[in-house]
Write a protein that binds this ligand. Sequence first.
Ligand SMILES: O=P(O)(O)OC[C@H]1O[C@H](OP(=O)(O)OP(=O)(O)O)[C@H](O)[C@@H]1O
Ligand SMILES: O=C(O)c1cc(=O)[nH]c(=O)[nH]1
Length: 182
Amino acid sequence: MVKVDEQQRTELARLIREIAVVHGRVTLSSGKEADYYVDLRRATLHHQAAPLIGSLLRQLTDDWDYVAVGGLTLGADPVATAMMHAEGPALDSFVVRKSTKAHGMQRLIEGPGVTGRRVLAVEDTSTTGGSVLTAVEALRAADAEIVGVATVVDRDTGAREAIEAAGLPYRSLLGLADLGLA
Ligand SMILES: O=P(O)(O)OC[C@H]1O[C@H](OP(=O)(O)OP(=O)(O)O)[C@H](O)[C@@H]1O
Ligand SMILES: O=C(O)c1cc(=O)[nH]c(=O)[nH]1
Protein backbone atom coordinates (compact mmCIF):
# COMPACT_ATOMS: atom_id res chain seq x y z
CA MET A 1 0.00 0.00 0.00
CA VAL A 2 1.44 3.36 -1.04
CA LYS A 3 1.74 5.90 1.77
CA VAL A 4 1.49 9.67 1.40
CA ASP A 5 2.49 12.37 3.87
CA GLU A 6 -0.61 12.55 6.10
CA GLN A 7 0.14 16.08 7.28
CA GLN A 8 0.26 17.31 3.67
CA ARG A 9 -2.89 15.36 2.80
CA THR A 10 -4.78 16.81 5.79
CA GLU A 11 -3.66 20.32 4.87
CA LEU A 12 -4.79 19.84 1.25
CA ALA A 13 -8.18 18.52 2.39
CA ARG A 14 -8.58 21.52 4.69
CA LEU A 15 -7.74 23.93 1.86
CA ILE A 16 -10.08 22.25 -0.62
CA ARG A 17 -12.93 22.29 1.92
CA GLU A 18 -12.31 25.97 2.52
CA ILE A 19 -11.84 27.22 -1.03
CA ALA A 20 -13.37 24.72 -3.46
CA VAL A 21 -16.43 22.96 -1.99
CA VAL A 22 -19.61 24.68 -3.14
CA HIS A 23 -23.02 23.61 -1.81
CA GLY A 24 -26.14 23.92 -3.95
CA ARG A 25 -27.88 22.28 -6.89
CA VAL A 26 -25.52 21.93 -9.85
CA THR A 27 -25.42 20.19 -13.24
CA LEU A 28 -22.29 18.10 -13.72
CA SER A 29 -20.17 17.45 -16.80
CA SER A 30 -21.99 14.14 -17.34
CA GLY A 31 -25.38 15.90 -17.31
CA LYS A 32 -26.21 14.43 -13.90
CA GLU A 33 -27.42 16.68 -11.07
CA ALA A 34 -25.83 16.97 -7.64
CA ASP A 35 -26.16 18.94 -4.38
CA TYR A 36 -22.53 20.01 -4.22
CA TYR A 37 -19.63 20.77 -6.53
CA VAL A 38 -15.95 20.48 -5.82
CA ASP A 39 -14.63 23.34 -7.92
CA LEU A 40 -11.14 21.90 -8.05
CA ARG A 41 -9.73 24.63 -10.30
CA ARG A 42 -9.94 26.89 -7.25
CA ALA A 43 -7.41 24.54 -5.65
CA THR A 44 -5.28 23.35 -8.58
CA LEU A 45 -4.60 26.99 -9.51
CA HIS A 46 -4.04 28.08 -5.88
CA HIS A 47 -0.51 29.02 -4.77
CA GLN A 48 -0.62 26.82 -1.64
CA ALA A 49 -2.81 23.93 -2.83
CA ALA A 50 -1.09 23.35 -6.20
CA PRO A 51 2.35 22.41 -4.77
CA LEU A 52 0.64 20.06 -2.29
CA ILE A 53 -1.25 18.41 -5.15
CA GLY A 54 1.95 17.98 -7.17
CA SER A 55 3.86 16.46 -4.28
CA LEU A 56 1.04 14.23 -3.01
CA LEU A 57 0.16 12.81 -6.43
CA ARG A 58 3.81 11.93 -7.00
CA GLN A 59 3.81 10.14 -3.63
CA LEU A 60 0.52 8.37 -4.40
CA THR A 61 1.97 6.97 -7.63
CA ASP A 62 5.52 6.45 -6.40
CA ASP A 63 5.53 2.74 -7.30
CA TRP A 64 4.31 3.39 -10.87
CA ASP A 65 6.99 3.92 -13.50
CA TYR A 66 6.11 6.80 -15.87
CA VAL A 67 7.88 9.64 -17.64
CA ALA A 68 5.00 11.93 -18.59
CA VAL A 69 1.74 13.00 -16.98
CA GLY A 70 -1.42 14.68 -18.27
CA GLY A 71 -5.08 14.31 -19.10
CA LEU A 72 -8.08 15.93 -20.71
CA THR A 73 -7.99 19.70 -20.76
CA LEU A 74 -8.84 21.77 -18.70
CA GLY A 75 -9.16 20.08 -15.34
CA ALA A 76 -6.09 17.88 -15.73
CA ASP A 77 -3.76 20.62 -16.98
CA PRO A 78 -2.75 22.34 -13.70
CA VAL A 79 -2.63 18.94 -11.98
CA ALA A 80 -0.07 17.67 -14.48
CA THR A 81 1.92 20.90 -14.33
CA ALA A 82 2.02 20.75 -10.53
CA MET A 83 3.36 17.20 -10.70
CA MET A 84 5.95 18.15 -13.33
CA HIS A 85 7.28 20.89 -11.04
CA ALA A 86 7.18 18.83 -7.84
CA GLU A 87 10.37 17.31 -6.43
CA GLY A 88 11.31 13.95 -7.94
CA PRO A 89 12.54 12.34 -11.15
CA ALA A 90 12.23 14.31 -14.40
CA LEU A 91 8.65 14.30 -15.65
CA ASP A 92 7.16 15.74 -18.84
CA SER A 93 3.53 16.78 -19.08
CA PHE A 94 0.99 16.70 -21.89
CA VAL A 95 -2.46 18.09 -22.64
CA VAL A 96 -5.17 16.09 -24.40
CA ARG A 97 -7.38 18.50 -26.34
CA LYS A 98 -11.14 17.96 -26.53
CA SER A 99 -10.81 18.10 -30.32
CA THR A 100 -7.88 18.16 -32.71
CA LYS A 101 -6.54 21.62 -33.44
CA ALA A 102 -7.54 22.60 -36.97
CA HIS A 103 -4.42 24.64 -37.78
CA GLY A 104 -0.74 24.59 -36.88
CA MET A 105 0.46 21.06 -36.11
CA GLN A 106 -3.15 19.79 -35.85
CA ARG A 107 -2.40 17.73 -32.77
CA LEU A 108 -4.85 16.17 -30.33
CA ILE A 109 -2.19 15.62 -27.66
CA GLU A 110 0.10 18.58 -27.01
CA GLY A 111 3.53 18.36 -25.46
CA PRO A 112 6.87 16.62 -26.01
CA GLY A 113 5.18 13.46 -27.35
CA VAL A 114 3.74 10.31 -25.76
CA THR A 115 4.12 7.61 -28.41
CA GLY A 116 5.93 4.59 -26.99
CA ARG A 117 6.34 6.27 -23.59
CA ARG A 118 5.02 5.28 -20.17
CA VAL A 119 2.45 7.85 -19.06
CA LEU A 120 0.17 8.59 -16.12
CA ALA A 121 -3.34 9.92 -16.84
CA VAL A 122 -4.59 12.43 -14.27
CA GLU A 123 -7.77 14.26 -13.41
CA ASP A 124 -8.82 16.91 -10.90
CA THR A 125 -12.22 15.48 -9.98
CA SER A 126 -13.68 12.18 -11.12
CA THR A 127 -17.44 11.64 -11.25
CA THR A 128 -18.21 9.14 -14.03
CA GLY A 129 -14.59 8.87 -15.18
CA GLY A 130 -15.76 9.83 -18.67
CA SER A 131 -13.34 12.73 -19.08
CA VAL A 132 -10.22 10.85 -18.12
CA LEU A 133 -11.34 7.90 -20.24
CA THR A 134 -11.54 10.25 -23.23
CA ALA A 135 -7.89 11.07 -22.55
CA VAL A 136 -7.10 7.36 -22.18
CA GLU A 137 -8.66 6.66 -25.58
CA ALA A 138 -6.54 9.38 -27.22
CA LEU A 139 -3.38 8.14 -25.48
CA ARG A 140 -4.01 4.56 -26.58
CA ALA A 141 -4.60 5.75 -30.15
CA ALA A 142 -1.23 7.52 -29.93
CA ASP A 143 0.42 4.26 -28.74
CA ALA A 144 1.30 5.57 -25.29
CA GLU A 145 1.64 3.00 -22.51
CA ILE A 146 -0.71 4.12 -19.73
CA VAL A 147 0.42 2.92 -16.30
CA GLY A 148 -2.68 4.09 -14.42
CA VAL A 149 -5.07 6.90 -13.57
CA ALA A 150 -4.82 9.22 -10.56
CA THR A 151 -7.21 11.92 -9.43
CA VAL A 152 -7.22 14.53 -6.68
CA VAL A 153 -10.85 14.10 -5.57
CA ASP A 154 -13.03 11.08 -6.23
CA ARG A 155 -16.80 11.59 -5.83
CA ASP A 156 -17.47 7.86 -5.43
CA THR A 157 -19.97 7.78 -8.26
CA GLY A 158 -18.61 5.12 -10.57
CA ALA A 159 -15.29 6.47 -11.87
CA ARG A 160 -13.24 3.72 -10.24
CA GLU A 161 -15.41 0.99 -11.73
CA ALA A 162 -15.35 2.56 -15.22
CA ILE A 163 -11.59 3.08 -15.20
CA GLU A 164 -10.85 -0.40 -13.86
CA ALA A 165 -13.22 -1.82 -16.48
CA ALA A 166 -10.99 -0.10 -19.06
CA GLY A 167 -8.12 -2.18 -17.68
CA LEU A 168 -6.35 0.50 -15.67
CA PRO A 169 -5.51 0.84 -11.98
CA TYR A 170 -7.06 3.90 -10.31
CA ARG A 171 -6.00 5.90 -7.25
CA SER A 172 -7.42 9.02 -5.63
CA LEU A 173 -5.91 11.34 -3.07
CA LEU A 174 -9.10 12.46 -1.34
CA GLY A 175 -12.62 11.11 -1.04
CA LEU A 176 -15.93 12.53 0.11
CA ALA A 177 -15.26 11.79 3.80
CA ASP A 178 -12.04 13.85 3.68
CA LEU A 179 -14.07 16.84 2.49
CA GLY A 180 -16.96 16.48 4.92
CA LEU A 181 -19.27 15.40 2.09
CA ALA A 182 -19.89 11.74 2.99
O1 LIG B 1 -15.65 12.12 -14.36
P1 LIG B 1 -16.47 13.00 -15.22
O2 LIG B 1 -17.94 12.64 -15.19
O3 LIG B 1 -15.94 13.13 -16.60
O4 LIG B 1 -16.46 14.46 -14.57
C1 LIG B 1 -15.32 15.09 -14.13
C2 LIG B 1 -14.84 16.14 -15.10
O5 LIG B 1 -15.70 17.29 -15.00
C3 LIG B 1 -14.91 18.47 -14.92
O6 LIG B 1 -14.55 18.96 -16.17
P2 LIG B 1 -15.56 19.67 -17.16
O7 LIG B 1 -16.20 18.66 -18.06
O8 LIG B 1 -16.49 20.53 -16.38
O9 LIG B 1 -14.67 20.53 -18.10
P3 LIG B 1 -13.38 21.46 -17.94
O10 LIG B 1 -12.27 20.57 -17.44
O11 LIG B 1 -13.11 21.93 -19.31
O12 LIG B 1 -13.69 22.54 -16.97
C4 LIG B 1 -13.68 18.01 -14.18
O13 LIG B 1 -12.60 18.86 -14.39
C5 LIG B 1 -13.46 16.63 -14.72
O14 LIG B 1 -12.64 16.67 -15.87
O1 LIG C 1 -18.83 15.92 -12.48
C1 LIG C 1 -18.40 17.07 -12.64
O2 LIG C 1 -18.59 17.75 -13.65
C2 LIG C 1 -17.63 17.71 -11.54
C3 LIG C 1 -17.91 17.47 -10.23
C4 LIG C 1 -17.19 18.14 -9.26
O3 LIG C 1 -17.40 18.01 -8.03
N1 LIG C 1 -16.21 18.99 -9.63
C5 LIG C 1 -15.94 19.21 -10.91
O4 LIG C 1 -15.07 20.00 -11.21
N2 LIG C 1 -16.65 18.57 -11.86
